[in-house]
Design a protein around this ligand. Structure first.
Ligand code: ZN
Length: 335
């Protein structure tokens, strides 16, 4: 069996790498999509008997440099390197599709893996490129400088009105992961368990939800994204004006709020007074009450949620998906 290095491209704070706002109001980060596929791919390859290691930061908080990713894979002595990405460059049109890359002058096994991965990915996920060819050559760093055979897959385009519907669907991410795993197994042996269904067991959440279950429609989706519904229901629970907007937040705090979405969070230089909802949150979690959600407030929220058994992540002051999910669980327990 083989040692497979898996790399989810970028980090969740990498500027610019996200879905086109016009097509996805949440502007979902590329790393989030890459991670979803990489995660499932790792699980499937393990089930097929391979050893897998992630080359990126699986929490997404650090965008590990390309040099370190490659160094790590070379030092580990991986047999194959697969880098998972989502593409852009079609400017909101209907173009796009799945593409698998090798580097110029690559090893023969890279090419073998490229065609196998492309073939199976298309078979499972169906997002055939409408460009000339889904198997392409480019000297991307991670496939050029790795010692072992290597491919990079661009699962779909984040600025394609056709692709966006697919790539945002978690069930589709699993399908393409299954295709990639089957392609790798075709070249590096092994059989993916559960082949055929394409719907495998999702990774368990770090902390289990506590809530009682009243009418389902009143509940918030525990999806890790703080959008309008999350704001509205937080406002309902904390008894502030319900308008769906966390207003008056200083733009400099954006970096602590990777999963707070434009439209639901108002970042403005004219942020005097902050937000009534944030003040209520700060009161609740024992943070300084100033109405601005920054690092200290997020840390206090994380500590408070952890004490309630709703959060199992780091107290790092960054409101990533795990923190938002924990908050959503809390809100649901009060709705
Ligand atoms: Zn990318």
């Amino acid at each position: 069996m083989a040692k497979i290095a898996i790399d989810a491209g970028h980090g969740k704070h990498t500027p610019g790498k996200r879905c086109m706002k016009k097509l996805d109001k949440h502007e979902t980060r590329e790393w989030v999509l890459n991670d979803r596929v990489a995660d499932e791919l790792g699980r499937l390859l393990k089930s097929a008997g391979h050893t897998v290691k992630r080359m990126d930061d699986t929490d997404g908080s650090t965008d590990v440099s390309l040099e370190s990713r490659v160094r790590k894979a070379n030092a580990w002595g991986a047999d194959f390197y697969i880098s998972v990405h989502h593409n852009s460059g079609v400017g909101g049109s209907s173009g796009g599709g799945t593409e698998v890359y090798v580097s110029k002058g690559c090893q023969a096994k890279s090419k073998k893996a490229q065609s196998a991965i492309y073939k199976h990915a298309i078979k499972r996920a169906g997002l055939k490129g409408n460009r000339a060819d889904g198997t392409r050559t480019a000297n991307f760093y991670v496939i050029r400088y790795t010692d072992m055979p290597a491919c990079l897959i661009e699962c779909g385009f984040m600025d394609s009105k056709v692709d966006i519907k697919y790539i945002l669907d978690p069930a589709w991410s699993k399908k393409i992961a299954l295709g990639i795993a089957e392609g790798i197994c075709e070249v590096f042996c092994g059989t993916v368990k559960g082949t055929g269904s394409g719907n495998s067991t999702p990774k368990p959440e770090p902390a289990k939800p506590v809530p009682a279950q009243p009418a389902k429609k009143d509940k918030l989706d525990v999806d890790g994204s703080w959008g309008k519904d999350c704001t509205r229901k937080s406002q309902k629970v904390l008894k502030t004006t319900i308008d769906g907007i966390v207003s008056n937040q200083p733009p400099s705090n954006k970096k602590y709020l990777p999963n707070a979405y434009t439209g639901s969070w108002e970042f403005t230089n004219n942020c005097k007074g902050g937000s009534a909802l944030i003040k209520a949150v700060q009161k609740l979690v024992g943070a300084k009450v100033d109405g601005w959600c920054g690092k200290a407030t997020v840390k206090a929220m994380q500590k408070w949620l952890k004490a309630k058994g709703l959060y199992a992540g780091n107290i790092d002051g960054s409101m990533g998906p795990a923190t938002v999910k924990a908050w959503q669980r809390y809100i649901n327990s009060r709705l």
